[in-house]
Design a protein around this ligand. Structure first.
Ligand SMILES: [Zn+2]
Length: 392
């Protein structure tokens, strides 16, 4: 091997396609944390059911509520959430330390704790609303509760998608309309070419908490908007930001939010059907609960939905990657050259310490986005076929 081939080999090795040991280690640790999180959550619910402690909690809730059913449901949900949070908190804390260890976080402990508290309260409100609805339906429609529950859920999902950008996200982050005139002009040109309009582009003050960069299309109808992290706006060229905008606009043009809600709706119907079957089995065959509307069975309901989402995760991720590729292609068609897309992808991967080429298994199981190396080579491929087309 001569000197120049060694040089090429080294260059290739440190090139865009390989990931640093740091990135590999960070992502591996994150994956193990994910596994631990699911295992612990699963374990808590299984133990509560197997030991009969869930029934004890129900008795406590009923006594505390002096037999008022809705109040008892609330007390039970609050106890369940407190137990899960107390057991899951060390893992969450470790995860936040991990972000600091890899220099990816700007959030201090006080702010983290405040976010945890807000998250817990929002979760408690949401879980209470859902549980009250479910058990009211079960009490009044023992046979078909799951179909009614599905219809109510569908309404809630659509409402949530609508209000999240204006009600939920601002609880954790500041947003303000984008002021950059040049970027606004470019977005208008992009939108006009697409024959569509996004209601707004917002600057997302992510840097208060994180060094990572991100962008997203959020909302439905009047709340539909593109959000761009300040960590992206401050460090990327206008051409690169335009590429990111074009990708997000691709999600809008292809109606990906609506399609995802429809996909979720189908899965939720399957979930409620299964939940009903499992609950009936537990009540009629195993005598685990006296009636289907005995809210001590809530851990079982959560277990069913967890198992279902784990089983369907590869499918949902494959669907998401399909959408991402569609949005990427939309971007290639809309911008003058794909170079800024390629540089922005590589910069994002580096800034977020994400793996550009994860193992195929990891990508297939866990990733909602195609590997950066694949997105980049798709862009290069697209540019190449464009040149061939122009040269003909
Ligand atoms: Zn996307």
């Amino acid at each position: 091997m001569n000197a120049s081939s060694v040089h090429t080999a080294v260059l290739k090795d440190s090139g865009a396609s390989s990931d640093s040991p740091e990135s590999r280690q960070y992502n591996r640790t994150k994956r193990w944390l994910g596994v631990a999180d699911v295992t612990v959550g699963f374990g808590v619910l299984a133990v509560l059911l197997a030991t009969g402690w869930s029934g004890t909690m129900r008795d406590l809730a009923e006594r505390g509520a002096s037999q008022n059913y809705p109040v008892a449901v609330f007390l039970y949900v609050a106890m369940l959430m407190l137990i899960s949070k107390a057991i899951g908190l060390p893992l969450e804390f470790y995860e936040s330390r991990l972000e600091h260890r890899y220099d990816l976080s700007n959030q201090n402990l006080g702010s983290w704790l405040w976010d945890e508290l807000k998250g817990f309260l929002i979760g408690l409100i949401a879980a209470t609303v859902v549980a009250e609805l479910l058990y009211t339906l079960m009490r009044h429609a023992q046979e078909h509760w799951w179909i009614y529950a599905w219809a109510v859920f569908l309404g809630l999902m659509i409402l949530l998608a609508q209000v999240a950008p204006v009600v939920l996200f601002p609880i954790f982050y500041k947003f303000e309309p984008l002021e950059n005139e040049e970027l606004k002009r470019r977005l208008i040109v992009l939108s006009e070419r697409a024959g569509t309009r996004v209601r707004g582009v917002y600057k997302w003050h992510l840097s208060e908490k994180s060094k990572k960069a991100n962008a997203a299309l959020t909302g439905l109808g009047a709340t539909r908007r593109i959000i761009l992290a300040d960590t992206l706006l401050d460090n990327y060229s206008d051409d690169e930001i335009e590429a990111v905008l074009a990708h997000e606009l691709g999600h809008h043009v292809h109606r990906h939010i609506l399609k995802s809600i429809m996909m979720q709706a189908a899965i939720t119907l399957l979930g409620f059907f299964l939940a009903n079957e499992v609950l009936r089995y537990a009540v009629e065959r195993r005598n685990m609960f006296e009636t289907i509307s005995d809210f001590a069975n809530l851990p079982l309901l959560i277990l069913v939905s967890t198992v279902l989402s784990l089983v369907l995760m590869p499918l949902l991720n494959a669907y998401s990657r399909f959408n991402e590729r569609q949005a990427d292609r939309y971007c290639f068609q809309s911008v003058a050259t794909v170079e800024p897309f390629i540089t922005s992808m590589n910069k994002l991967a580096q800034q977020n310490l994400s793996e550009k080429s994860p193992s195929p298994w990891v990508e297939w199981l866990l990733h909602s986005h195609p590997a950066v190396t694949k997105r980049v080579s798709a862009a290069e491929q697209w540019a190449k076929s464009e040149r061939e087309f122009a040269g003909r």
